[in-house]
Ligand binder design. Sequence first.
Ligand code: AMP
Ligand code: MN
Ligand code: MN
Ligand code: MN
Length: 279
Amino acid sequence: MPVHCVDLHSHSQASDGTLTPAALVEAANAAGVDTLALTDHDTLDGLDQAFAKASELGMRLIPGVEISVTWQKRTLHVVGLNVSNSSVLSAGLHNLQVQRARRAETIAAKLQPAGLKNALERARHMAAGGQITRTHFARLLVADGLCKNGKQAFKRYLKPGKPGYAKVQWAGLGEAIHWIQAAGGLAVLAHPHGYNMSHAWRQRTVAAFAGAGGDALEICTGTTTPRQVDASAADARQHGLAGSVGSDFHSPEQRWLALGRLAALPADLSPVWEHPAFG
Ligand code: AMP
Ligand code: MN
Ligand code: MN
Ligand code: MN
């Protein structure tokens, strides 16, 4: 086990993770993680419970969030790390939460003709007060036998251009970075290889993120290949961005990925967790 095992991207039931925040922290601790960031989609709601469990276990928990962004008609995810209470951040997140609640109604209506019954009620029940995401609808499509797995549910119903897709105008790129930094946090462009973009578009995206004042690039995730790590490291060097690492863990059912199981950050990059703002 490495001296430090850092995992700076994970989800709980406050958004589309399947574990409660406390169970997530327990699982990370059992996996040997000593620094975990909880980064739920557009909410800080799981943090109090996660902090309580982390202090019980003597584990370091970094308060985080993963903000949904619309940039050039594409959706990007910007992770905020070490964010504290801030009216700017909470107001921004509140807005996104309203959008999520409205979008859930639209998605449910759009999936009814496909045979998904009572989708809104069931998605709300499944989310149990947490943010409703497309992942919840994917789980319903699988539960009703309309799709064989989540991947297929996205491919057939939930991706742009598919019958259950509903467009949302999320936060602006500069806006999300501003909210995070106003809360004393560091802004990280999440999973740069997770947007189904060409090489040229990925480079434009990283350049725009750096130009808008972003702090770091997520170099190693639970699913990145060595080539992707090399490509992202080159992008981070070119734009003077720090490097972050995070599994993007959602559920123990994702057998291909585990908490803390991450490639090492290339040695010449500055680790975001050693940044002064990290405390
Ligand atoms: P949302 O922010 O509600 O639009 O949902 C986005 C979430 O859906 C992501 O954070 C992933 O957890 C999940 N997701 C997106 N695309 C896929 C996919 N192709 N297969 C499985 N899960 C996906
Ligand atoms: Mn997710
Ligand atoms: Mn994401
Ligand atoms: Mn994520």
